[in-house]
Ligand binder design. Structure first.
Ligand code: GAL
Length: 330
């Protein structure tokens, strides 16, 4: 078994686009459309993390950006697909956050639908209206200008939205999975992942939802399905700092999710190889090739976060694992 070299996991390594610029697309995902992979995420700023939200590099002033590639190696910048605004009246007035944006395609409406964890100006996480919401935007083309539809709190207004993801099932139904934070009602940290079924057009939530009890105080979820099981990899609650991943599995998205422990192999420091999960995508044209995208957040300069992608290994007994590899080929 290949072991990682101690120390390597702490390095920040830039990835560059075809123009030679540092790729800056945090906590998003990849969608395959029109014969290409499109990698999108929130563009962060070259600022250190501090308590003043206005100057925190995690509160963006650009918006959601996109890159395209045919081979997953060479990425061409496609531009801003959902922009922050400089109009103080706008919900998108910057600095603000489009955190953990995810895009899926709706076959029926022929629209690309984006959901994210929206945080209004000045981009500080809180409990008030606008400080932790599900944001929705839509577009007719994968890389066009997404139209902002607004924000909402799934289930009820009590539950503040933190980290989130989307999952599109094989039957075309789609789900918004989010860390529902009701701590302000409890006097202690009360956060749990919830899964909510979306409407047929994917633009709103239905009343069908489930509290994933086993995923208490977990965030950064990403889901993959294979051979009768759904797997969800998550991170613990340590802000931008990495921590030990835990994954869950179920045969029924709205059923019970079983805690399966840490998927990482030889992760000596139990830090998910110094990353937090971002998303999982499927490599087109290859059987069972799913890539776990994770991010090593650089809290001193968010422009230089590192992207760490590892193929998921599916075990014989319906388990999954991740083994760190400095370089790998298909
Ligand atoms: C993390 C979360 C990130 C971001 C960060 C800000 O817990 O995974 O998406 O919200 O906190 O502190």
């Amino acid at each position: 078994m290949k072991k990682w070299i101690h120390g390597e996991q702490h390095e920040f390594v830039d990835w560059f686009d075809t123009d030679g610029n540092v790729i800056n697309t945090s906590d998003g995902g990849i969608i395959y459309a029109e014969g290409k992979y499109h990698w999108y995420g929130q563009a962060l700023r070259a600022l250190p993390y501090n308590d003043d939200a206005k100057w925190n590099g995690g509160a963006g002033t650009t918006g959601v950006v996109m890159y395209e590639s045919e081979d997953l190696l060479n990425w061409r910048y496609e531009g801003v697909i959902l922009a922050c605004s400089d109009d103080p009246q706008s919900e998108l007035y910057a600095p603000m956050r489009f955190e953990r944006p995810k895009i899926i395609y709706n076959e029926k409406t022929k629209q690309y639908v984006l959901w994210c964890h929206y945080v209004r100006y000045p981009g500080g996480h809180g409990f008030e209206a606008g400080q932790g919401e599900a944001g929705v935007a839509v577009c007719d083309t994968v890389n066009g200008t997404y139209r902002w539809l607004g924000h909402l709190r799934p289930i009820d207004d009590k539950g503040v939205v933190r980290d989130c993801t989307l999952y599109q099932d094989e039957d075309g139904s789609a789900y918004f999975i989010y860390d529902r934070d009701i701590s302000s009602y409890h006097g202690e940290m009360n956060r749990c992942l919830h899964i909510v079924k979306l409407s047929e057009d994917y633009l709103s939530c239905t009343s069908e939802y489930k509290r994933i009890d086993s995923a208490f105080r977990r965030e950064a979820p990403a889901i993959v399905y294979r051979d009768g099981y759904y797997y969800m990899i998550t991170s613990g609650l340590t802000g931008w700092e990495y921590n030990r991943a835990v994954y869950f599995r179920t045969r029924d998205l709205m059923g019970e999710w079983e805690n399966m422990g840490d998927p990482c192999i030889d992760d000596n420091e139990q830090t998910t190889f110094c990353t937090q999960t971002t998303a999982i995508f499927r490599v087109v044209g290859r059987d069972d090739c799913y890539i776990h995208m994770a991010e090593r957040h650089n809290t001193q300069n968010f422009l230089h976060c590192s992207y760490v992608w590892i193929p998921i290994h599916f075990g014989a007994d319906h388990t999954i694992s991740l083994t760190y590899q400095k370089e790998w080929k298909f």
